[in-house]
Unconditional design. Structure first.
Lengths: 593, 168
């Protein structure tokens, strides 16, 4: 039995040859489909290639008709490139490193319409973000307030709680509780039976005195003294109750006094909430510029965040960082053995179409592992004077070579011809020129700091009238009459939470227009709102006052009792003194009994 | 599935040497346990073509151990990760991977390295155990076909030719 079967070499060669022929014939198609499918999944948007051709001998590849769909609008391509040709380092490719020595990109266009809708790539958080962005598409438009409508006071009070009403009801309830409390107290402490009993005691003693029994005089005197003390105690008790009652009455009166200020407080709050602010100019500017700008910036941050992980791999990876993926494992890096990143684009010449004008640019040292490669990626576009603008200069530096990344975007756009620029809702610019200059720094891929200054000169605007939107039309009218606009925008914060500080001469223009439009509308609103508040809370306030009157009337009971006991005390004292005077001897002598 | 079982019987009852059968199964095991599209798998396939081993058992081994590989996937990752990130071996790996062929072979991948080491280690006992099994089978069980009536009746069936290798 032979160990080797040499005919197996022929069989293997035949199978291997067939596979090689298949690959040579279909390799381009396989790569093309691989880029389209895997690229679409990675970018979460459809990527199409018109054609792809590779040359293993010259280690080059050419892609034509690259289209990347806008994930938020499937009828738009966010990026289009007519032709991409690249020279790849074949030796490094053996080590699975994609090193592109030179790349030529021609016909780069941004935000172009698609001929057919792009497929929606499924992603969980995709639906959420799309919904959010649909709400605020970022298009520049005048404030859509749907006309200047103020709610009637009656409508306002239907949906609003009045502090006055609540406080009046509470005061009424408190006073009613006090009334009940004092009624109970009077019933127990000022029992009419005890007054009658005292009267009877006094009458009995008076009867004793009339009987003239000398033997019982000392005892009668003592009884009179005892009765006087009893009556005095009652009077003291009544005085104490009266003082306590007075405190409660004063507290109730204070509660009612506080009610007087509450309608004004309610009025001020509702006026602030429902009246059209005279500072509306600032809000309108916010709607006009800040809203659409934020929408666009949020999209830019989203794209930046999506790309960042691909452009900032760690140079060395700890054992714990190699995450297990079923069926794929993890590729362990050996930077000393092969000190090249997995992806590196050394140099690229770019040709971008902006405002129907070709702008030449250059991209250098773009890599997925800048810390390992040690150089920042630099993108630069420059153009001199042409029909559309005087000059254009854009510099982007992505420096992720250290642990603290510093990415900088600087733009200087001079003399952009604004004629013909149109925005749905905001109208059309008939003429004018714009200068834009600014810089944005992103530190640690999150912290933002930047400022941009735009100056629009000789501007001529045509803004269409909006039916039923009085405010928009007023602003449009004021904007149509200006010819110079300056806007300064400051950006500060983090990508999740950043503030835009927008300064513009539009503030004064729009603010004036809004004030004019609002003045008439506000007439009469304030007085009718105050009347409505008073009317709604009036019954409750009257009820609380009525309760206080009831409480005050209870004071009469105290007065009557105090007066009655006072009378009895007088009589008791009189009775006792009547007994003492006949028994007294001249010279102050006293009888021995 | 039945076809695969019949292939095993056919191989067992054929005239081939036990080492040919065992080596076929061991090669199938190695190729099946590792990720399919790696250059060293193609090299193993080349060896399988020129070594006079049983190709049917290679295919059986490949399909069977591909299923096992799915279950052992996390274990392979752990083995590969431990070996590739072992501090004591970093110097060796850095000199090893200077040669781009090994990176092309994806030996720096935890799954490839882990499954390669596991399958190479497992193939040796697999070879000898299966070799022993073939010998024992041929010594004690092959004669049963002639002795047991039910199995004897199988001789009438066409299938007997297949399993006994007589139909070759």
């Amino acid at each position: 039995m032979k160990i080797f079967r040499w005919q197996g070499v022929i069989a293997f060669a035949l199978i291997g040859g067939a596979v090689a022929v298949f690959l040579i014939m279909f390799l381009d198609g396989i790569i093309e489909r691989g880029i389209e499918e895997n690229g679409s999944q990675a970018a979460k948007t459809q990527i199409d290639l018109a054609s792809l051709s590779t040359s293993l001998l010259s280690q080059a590849a050419t892609i034509e008709g690259l289209e990347v769909a806008n994930p938020d609008n499937n009828m738009e391509n966010v990026l289009q490139i007519e032709k991409l040709s690249m020279d790849v380092d074949g030796a490094k490719a053996v080590a699975r490193k994609i090193i592109i020595d030179d790349l030529q990109a021609k016909g780069i266009r941004l935000n172009q319409k698609r001929t057919s809708p792009a497929k929606i790539i499924k992603s969980e958080d995709k639906t959420k973000s799309t919904d959010q962005e649909n709400e605020d598409s970022g298009s520049l438009s005048l404030p859509g307030l749907g006309g200047i409508d103020i709610k009637s006071p009656e409508e306002i009070l239907k949906s609003e709680k009045l502090e006055t009403l609540e406080a009046a009801n509470k005061a009424k309830e408190t006073i009613e509780n006090l009334k009940t409390k004092w009624q109970k107290k009077f019933d127990t402490d000022l029992n009419p039976n005890s007054l009658d009993e005292t009267k009877k005691k006094l009458a009995r003693l008076q009867e004793k005195v009339k009987a003239g029994d000398l033997a019982s005089i000392p005892e009668t005197v003592k009884e009179f003294q005892s009765l006087q003390k009893e009556i005095q105690d009652r009077i003291n008790r009544i005085k104490s109750i009266k003082s306590e009652f007075e405190k409660d009455v004063q507290a109730a009166k204070k509660q009612l006094a506080d009610l007087k200020n509450l309608p004004k407080k309610d009025f001020d709050r509702l006026k602030k909430k429902y009246s059209l602010s005279m500072d509306g100019g600032n809000n309108a500017l916010g709607t006009l510029i800040e809203g659409p700008l934020k929408a666009k910036l949020d999209k830019a941050w989203k794209a930046y965040k999506m790309l960042s992980p691909y452009l900032n791999k760690p140079s060395t990876t700890l054992k714990e960082d190699y995450k297990y993926v079923r069926g794929k494992g993890a590729n362990v890096q050996f930077a000393k053995a092969m000190p090249y990143p997995d992806f590196l684009l050394k140099h690229a010449n770019l040709s971008m179409n902006l405002f129907e004008t070709d702008i030449e640019g250059e991209l250098k040292d773009l890599t997925d592992n800048p810390k390992l490669y040690g150089k920042p990626a630099i993108l630069n576009f420059q153009s001199g004077k042409n029909e559309k603008f005087d000059s254009f200069n854009l510099n982007l530096e992505l420096d992720k070579t250290s642990n603290q990344s510093k990415d900088t975007l600087a733009i200087d756009f001079k003399g952009l011809n604004l004629a013909g620029i149109e925005s749905s809702g905001a109208g059309k610019i008939n003429g004018g020129a714009a200068n834009l200059k600014g810089q944005l720094k992103i530190t640690n891929e999150n912290d933002l700091e930047g400022s941009f200054k735009a100056a629009l000169n000789s501007v001529s605007l045509t803004i269409p009238k909006q039916d039923g939107n009085e405010l928009a039309n007023t602003i449009a009218k004021s904007l149509s009459s200006i010819d110079r606009i300056s806007i300064t925008i400051g950006i500060r914060g983090t990508m999740e939470n950043y503030q835009l500080d927008i300064q513009s001469n539009l503030n004064d223009i729009i603010s004036g227009a809004v004030k004019k439009a609002l003045a008439g509308k506000m007439e009469g609103f304030e007085s009718s709102l105050m009347e409505a508040i008073k009317s709604k809370a009036g019954d409750s306030i009257a009820g609380a006052n009525g309760s206080l009157s009831g409480l005050l009337s209870q004071n009469k009971i105290l007065e009557q009792n105090q007066s009655a006991y006072g009378g009895l005390l007088g009589q008791a004292k009189g009775g006792a003194s009547g007994l003492k005077s006949p028994l007294a001897l001249p010279g102050g002598l006293k009888l021995p009994f | 599935m039945i076809r695969q079982v019949l292939k095993i019987f056919k191989a067992l009852n054929s005239d081939e040497k036990p080492w040919q059968l065992s080596l076929g199964l061991a090669f199938g095991g190695i190729i099946g346990l590792m990720p399919l599209w790696t250059p060293h798998n193609i090299f193993l396939l080349f060896l399988a073509f020129i070594i006079n081993l049983n190709f049917a058992l290679l295919l059986v081994g490949f399909f069977f151990f591909s299923g096992i590989a799915y279950i052992l996937d996390p274990l392979f990752h752990e083995i590969g990760l431990a070996v590739l990130t072992s501090e004591g071996m970093q110097e060796f790996w850095n000199s090893f991977f200077i040669n781009p062929i090994f990176l092309f072979d994806r030996l720096n991948n935890t799954l490839v390295m882990g499954s390669l080491l596991f399958s190479l280690a497992a193939s040796v006992p697999l070879f000898f155990l299966f070799n022993l099994f073939v010998r024992k089978y041929r010594l004690h069980l092959q004669g049963l076909f002639d002795k047991i009536p039910i199995l004897k009746s199988l001789k009438l069936a066409k299938i007997y030719d297949t399993v006994s290798g007589g139909g070759r």
